[in-house]
Design a protein around this ligand. Structure first.
Ligand code: S3P
Length: 176
């Protein structure tokens, strides 16, 4: 596949599979990838749950914006996966747009995300219980739908196939 000239940013609710799709996308397109949450943890030398629980969500969001800017300014990664809340900050959306990134919303059902959240080993401080997670899921849709592209991930999907589809439809469309 032709090397991409633009950057692609993956967003979507927790548990939808952004990091996995990003990994495949990076492999398929031979472009470097960065996961914003991993980058934050590496730079801040703390885990995300610790930052949120100790410093609070507002500070975490500020750190998220600072590190997103840093990724875009200082790295050559073309595939960027965001944490589920990063796209909900208007400033982040502006930064992403101004850097000519193509934003992609990976959408799935709440049940699909919830299953992944429950079976994941990761601690997600924003998920207190199923009811509050569902509420957040519904609220977030209003933000996610502002992304340039929208990919629906069906239950039983194969994330490699999803990445292949994104690579074909978006990278080729954006390159040409
Ligand atoms: C968050 C999602 C998490 C992480 C943090 C906040 C959110 O990332 O950034 O816990 O606000 O939805 P994942 O979407 O990778 O779980």
């Amino acid at each position: 596949m032709e090397e991409c000239k633009k950057r692609i940013v993956l967003t979507g609710f927790m548990g939808v599979g952004k990091s996995t799709v990003a990994r495949h996308l990076s492999y398929i397109t031979k472009n470097k990838k960065i996961d914003l949450d991993d980058f934050i943890e590496q730079k801040e030398k703390r885990r995300i749950p610790e930052i949120i629980e100790t410093d609070g969500l507002d500070i975490f969001r500020q750190v998220e914006t600072k590190r997103l800017k840093q990724i875009l300014a200082e790295t050559d990664a073309s595939v960027i996966s965001l944490g589920g809340g990063a796209w909900t900050t208007a400033e982040n959306r502006e930064i992403i747009k101004s850097c000519k990134c193509v934003s992609v919303w990976l959408e799935s059902t709440f049940d699909h995300c919830w299953r992944n959240i429950r079976f994941s080993k990761r601690t997600r401080p924003l998920v207190k219980n199923k009811k509050s997670a569902k509420k957040l899921f519904e609220e977030r849709k209003n933000h996610y739908c502002l992304a340039d592209w929208h990919f629906v991930i069906n239950p039983g999907h194969n994330s490699f196939e999803v990445a292949k589809q994104i690579a074909q439809e978006i990278f080729l469309a954006e390159i040409n």
